[in-house]
Design a binder for this molecule. Structure first.
Ligand code: ATP
Length: 301
């Protein structure tokens, strides 16, 4: 039976009149990769910091591995790893020395240091000073620091923010590797595409509330949105496209002809019969469409 790693029940936190977290509830199972998504100011960090025991909620309860993180419970600390949005390292130490220091603070042996450098892909930077690492390498080092004591639950607050696309993708591999080790991951991001790829389940937050919570694929399927088949403009006329089996709607711009369909198989086989597949792209709805559906506004990270 799956155990519950994190249970959050009706948590609230206001700053003056602003309800930063406005009645948030969810559970995360052991070994689950759970994402809290939402635009800037949605309340993701505040929620995370309450769960980590860094902030006191105004109301509601949190259980981490069956224990309340507030008031601070030192017995819990070795079992959780926390990576904060603004990473602080010790001055002038190399990557390996940073990890050694964190390991010593947690009272664990230095044996895991090189293993962690390997896990986050920094083995070849072990002797590089932290201030000489790139942004992506620093993020990976801070994740290694959060993992060095082998916690059961790992909290990551926007670990991929401010990284270039290649560095983001490299970090995805690191996050997957952490999950494969059986860790529970609770992470926040404002990249919906990334969460769709990485997370078992996501909670979409806006204005302090969870608007939807489920597996990304189930949220997208729940929209029942049409599939868009995109072709090079000129592959066939808009009128011909409209007459194809399964074609619901057709639109054109300078470069593309887009056909909306709910019967993609019929439409694609008709296009294949006509050898009209130049530039073919098939797009289904994404979490961004889910956000639009939930809030009535375009997603802006
Ligand atoms: N210490 C604080 N005092 C006053 N207001 C705060 C404080 N911390 C956060 N807020 C406000 O609470 C709201 C939620 O902030 P929070 O940082 O939790 O959002 P977020 O979803 O993590 O955003 P981001 O993606 O920008 O980090 C925001 O409007 C923010 O300005």
């Amino acid at each position: 039976m799956t155990q519950t790693a994190i249970a959050v029940d009706d948590v609230r936190k206001s700053y003056g009149d602003l309800k930063a977290v406005d009645g948030v509830s969810f559970t995360v199972a052991e070994g689950e990769f759970f994402g809290i998504l939402g635009p800037n100011g949605a309340g993701k960090t505040t929620t995370l910091e309450i769960i980590e025991g860094l902030r006191e909620p105004d109301a509601g309860t949190v259980h981490l591995l069956g224990t309340s993180p507030w008031p601070r419970d030192t017995a819990l600390l070795p079992r959780i790893g926390v990576q904060l949005q603004a990473t602080a390292f010790f001055d002038k130490l190399t990557a390996r020395e940073q990890l050694h220091t964190f390991a010593a603070l947690y009272g664990v042996g230095a044996g895991r240091v090189d293993e962690m450098l390997e896990l986050v892909g920094l083995a070849d930077k072990a002797n590089t000073r932290e201030d000489r690492l790139s942004g992506g390498q620093r993020q990976r080092l801070s994740i290694a620091c959060a993992l060095v004591h082998d916690p059961d639950i790992v909290f990551l607050d926007e670990p991929t923010a401010a990284l270039d696309p290649q560095a983001r993708r490299n970090l995805w591999d690191v996050l997957r590797a952490i999950q494969e080790r059986g860790k529970t991951i609770l992470y926040t991001t404002h990249y919906l595409d990334e969460a769709e790829i990485l997370c078992d389940r996501v909670a979409i937050m806006d204005n302090g509330r969870i608007l939807a919570l489920d597996a990304p694929a189930r949220l997208v399927r729940g929209l029942d949105a049409p599939t868009r088949v995109i072709l090079e403009r000129g592959s066939l006329t808009a009128a011909d496209a409209k007459a194809l089996p399964g074609a619901d709607d057709v639109s054109e711009d300078e470069v593309s002809l887009t056909i909306s369909t709910r019967e993609a198989a019929d439409l694609l086989s008709a296009l294949a019969d006509r050898r009209a597949l130049a530039g073919l792209q098939v797009r289904t709805a994404t979490l961004e469409d889910v956000f639009l559906d939930l809030t009535g506004r375009e997603y802006r990270a």
